[in-house]
Write a protein that binds this ligand. Structure first.
Ligand code: GDP
Ligand code: PGA
Ligand code: MN
Length: 596
C-alpha cells in the first residue's frame, strides 16, 4: 500500500517502526465505513468479536481475563529529569526505558498487520488541530479509535508536509509464529504504558484495554496534554462537560472531575428529575479549557465517543446511554452475551436473563456466584448518537464554563455538596480530593486515596507544579469571570451502610442549587469546609419526605470527622514535598483554624 501522505517525519517514523516490529503488512487507516466493515468482519472471523443480532452494527468482545483495566503500576512518566515526574508518577530514565521497550517491540508485530491511524483530538476545524498518529497491531484498537476519535483521511488532511503530531506507538506484544492460530485477545503479561513528555511521545506495550491502548484518550489528552497545557497556559482535565438550561431559559455549562468509575458519564447524560430543567451532553471524560477573549474559561471535549462503564447503566439510571447504545455502531467489552444476540450486564435490567455467556466465556445463570460482567466492562459508542448531545459539542471555541465540580466516592465525612469560598480554596478542595478506588484500575477496590482533581493517574508532570498551575490560572484571570468551584459526594452512607442520597437523575437538584449560587440567589450556611446548603435551600419537591432526614445527614459537616481528615491531608501534602504551593499549605492551616 502506498502511503497517503507526503509528511516526511511521519513517513520516516512509520518505516522505522515497521523495521523494528516486522509486521506482515502496513495499512494506513482512512476511517471509512468500508474499513470498519472490513475490520469488524476480520475480528468476527478471528473470534475476537461476536456480531450482535439485537443491536445494529454492534459487537460483543471478551478480553483476556488478565487485561481488563488500566495498569497504574505499569504506567510511567519518562521525563528527562526524574524530579519533573514528581512523587505521584512512576519514572524511569527515558533512554533506559527506550532500551527496554525497544527490545519488547523488536519483532512484536510479526505475523500481524501494522495499522497507522492518523487522528485529531478535538474539532478538526480548530485553529491548531491537535494531531496524533497511533501505530498499532490491534484491529480492535483501530475500530475503537473509529468511535473515540476523529481519525483517518479527514485527520490526515491536516498534517500537510510538516505539522506537529504526537507519536503514539502501541503493540499488544503477541507476535504470531507462521501457521500458528491467533487467540481472540492477544496481549502480553509484561505491560508498559509510557509517556515521554518532552518528546510528546507515547509508547504502550502488552495491553489491549481502552485506557492502556486507545492512546488518544488518557495518554494523549490527559498525560501529554497536561504538560502542553502547563507550558502554554491552559488546562487539560479529567472532566465531563454538560449544558444545563433552567426553566427561565438561562444556560450554564458545567465541568466536573470525578475519578474513574465515580459518575462522570452518568452526570454528563443526566435526565433531570426536576421539571423544566434540561441537561445536554458535550463530553463525559476529558475537558481542555482555555481562556477566551472575553476572560471566561472555555471547554472543549477532545473525544468523539463514550467509553463508559457498563455495570449500573440501565433505563432507570441512565436512559440516555441506553438510547445511545440502541442506535448501534458500538463495541461492548467484557459484558455478558445473551443467547438471542444481545448484551447484558449487572444493572442493565432489574432481573437477569435465565441464561448468559459471561465475560469469561462461561455459561452463566442467575444462580451463578460471580457477576456475569466484569465490574470494569465497557461500552464504546459515538457521541453523535446520544439523544441529548448539545449541538455546540463540536465547536472549536468550546463553551464558557460557569462551574467546576470536584467529586469522589466517600462513604463518610464529605458532604453531598459544598461551595468553595474562592478559587484558591476551590483548588485546595480539588488538591485534597479523596475517593475509594474502583475497578477501573487494577489493584484493591474500596481503598480511600487522595486523587487530586481526579487526575492522580493522569498528571503528566510534578503534582506540586500542577497545583501551582491551577492557582496561577486563577491569579491571572478576572475573578468575576472564573467558574465557581464545588465539591460533591454522591456516595455518602448512613450507619446502616445504605446510600444517603439517591443520586443519578436527582443530582439535578444539586446542579440547580449551584446555578442558584452562581446567579446570586441560593442560600447556604458557612461551614469550616465551605458554603453548604440546608435541606430548605435544595429543591426537594417530589422526593419522599422520609428521605429528607437522610439528605440532611448527607449534608452534615461533622467537625470531628473533618478534624480526623486534617492529618490525612497533611500526610498527603507531605508526599508532594517542597513543590507544594504555600497557598495550599495556608488553606490547610485556615481549615484547621476554622475547625477550632
Ligand atoms: P465514570 O467512569 O466517572 O464516567 O463513571 P460512570 O458515570 O460510568 O459511573 C460509574 C459507576 O457509578 C456506575 O456503576 C454508575 O452506575 C455509578 N454511579 C454514577 N452516578 C451515580 C450516582 O449519582 N449515584 C450512585 N449511587 N451511583 C452512581
Ligand atoms: P473512566 O476511564 O473510568 O474515567 O471512564 C476509562 C479508563 O479507565 O480508561
Ligand atoms: Mn466514563
Amino acid at each position: 500500500m502506498t502511503a497517503p501522505t507526503t509528511h516526511r517525519g511521519l513517513l520516516e517514523w512509520v518505516s522505522e517502526v515497521a523495521a523494528l516490529t516486522t509486521p506482515d503488512q502496513v495499512v494506513w487507516c482512512d476511517g471509512s465505513p468500508l474499513e470498519w466493515r472490513r475490520l469488524t468482519d476480520k475480528l468476527v472471523a478471528a473470534g475476537t468479536l461476536v456480531r450482535l443480532d439485537k443491536k445494529p452494527n454492534s459487537f460483543w468482545c471478551a478480553s483476556d481475563p488478565t487485561d481488563v483495566a488500566r495498569v497504574e503500576d505499569r504506567t510511567y512518566i519518562c521525563s528527562a529529569d526524574e524530579a519533573d515526574a514528581g512523587p505521584t508518577n512512576n519514572w524511569m530514565d527515558p533512554l533506559d526505558m527506550k532500551v527496554i521497550m525497544t527490545e519488547h517491540y523488536r519483532g512484536s508485530m510479526a505475523g500481524r498487520t501494522m495499522y497507522v491511524i492518523p487522528f485529531c483530538m478535538g474539532p478538526l476545524t480548530a485553529d491548531k488541530p491537535m494531531l496524533g498518529v497511533e501505530i498499532t497491531d490491534s484491529a480492535y484498537v483501530v475500530i475503537s479509535m473509529h468511535i473515540m476519535t476523529r481519525m483517518g483521511s479527514d485527520a490526515l488532511a491536516l498534517f500537510g508536509e510538516d505539522a506537529d503530531f504526537v507519536r503514539c506507538l502501541h503493540s499488544v506484544g503477541a507476535p504470531l509464529k507462521p501457521g500458528r492460530a491467533d487467540v481472540p485477545w492477544p496481549c502480553d503479561r509484561t505491560k508498559y504504558i509510557t509517556q515521554f513528555p518532552e518528546e510528546r511521545m507515547i509508547w504502550s506495550y502488552g495491553s489491549g484495554y481502552g485506557g492502556n491502548a486507545l492512546l488518544g484518550k488518557k495518554c494523549y489528552s490527559l498525560r501529554i496534554a497536561s504538560v502542553l497545557a502547563r507550558d502554554e497556559g491552559w488546562l487539560a482535565e479529567h472532566m465531563l462537560i454538560l449544558k444545563l438550561t433552567a426553566p427561565h431559559g438561562a444556560v450554564h455549562y458545567i465541568a466536573a472531575a470525578f475519578p474513574s468509575a465515580c459518575g462522570k458519564t452518568n452526570l454528563a447524560m443526566l435526565e433531570p428529575s426536576i421539571p423544566g430543567w434540561t441537561v445536554e451532553t458535550l463530553g463525559d471524560d476529558i475537558a481542555w479549557m482555555r481562556f477566551g477573549d472575553d476572560g471566561r474559561l472555555y471547554a472543549v471535549n477532545p473525544e468523539n465517543g463514550f467509553f463508559g462503564v457498563a455495570p449500573g447503566t440501565g433505563w432507570n439510571t441512565n436512559p440516555n446511554a441506553m438510547l445511545t447504545l440502541a442506535e448501534g455502531n458500538s463495541i461492548f467489552t467484557n459484558v455478558a452475551l445473551t443467547d438471542d444476540g444481545d448484551v447484558w450486564w449487572e444493572g442493565c435490567t432489574d432481573s437477569p436473563p435465565d441464561y448468559l455467556t459471561s465475560w469469561r466465556r462461561e455459561n452463566w445463570t442467575p444462580e451463578s456466584t460471580d457477576p456475569s460482567s466484569h465490574p470494569n466492562s465497557r461500552y464504546c459508542t459515538p457521541i453523535t448518537q446520544c439523544p441529548i448531545t448539545a449541538p455546540e459539542w463540536d465547536d472549536p471555541n468550546g463553551v464558557p464554563i460557569s462551574a467546576i465540580f470536584f467529586g469522589g466516592r466517600r462513604a463518610t465525612t464529605v458532604p453531598l455538596v459544598a461551595e468553595s469560598f474562592d478559587w484558591q480554596h476551590g483548588v485546595f478542595m480539588g488538591a485534597t480530593l479523596s475517593s475509594e478506588t474502583t475497578a477501573a484500575a487494577t489493584g484493591e477496590v474500596g481503598v480511600v486515596r487522595r486523587d487530586p482533581m481526579a487526575m492522580l493517574p493522569f498528571i503528566g508532570y510534578h503534582a506540586g507544579d500542577y497545583f501551582q498551575h491551577w492557582i496561577d490560572t486563577g491569579k491571572h484571570a478576572d475573578t468575576t469571570k472564573l467558574p465557581k468551584i464545588f465539591y460533591v459526594n454522591w456516595f455518602r452512607r448512613g450507619d446502616d451502610g445504605s446510600l444517603l442520597w439517591p443520586g443519578f437523575s436527582e443530582n439535578a437538584r444539586i446542579l440547580k442549587w449551584a446555578v442558584d449560587r452562581i446567579e446570586g440567589h441560593g442560600t447556604a450556611f458557612q461551614t469550616p469546609i465551605g458554603w453548604v446548603p440546608g435541606t430548605k435551600a435544595l429543591d426537594l419537591r417530589g422526593l419522599e419526605t422520609a428521605s429528607h432526614w437522610a439528605i440532611s445527614k448527607a449534608l452534615t459537616v461533622d467537625h470531628d470527622e473533618w478534624r480526623a481528615e486534617l492529618p490525612l491531608i497533611e500526610q498527603w501534602f507531605a508526599t508532594i514535598g517542597d513543590k507544594l504551593p504555600t497557598a495550599l499549605h495556608d488553606e490547610l492551616e485556615a481549615l484547621r483554624q476554622r475547625l477550632g
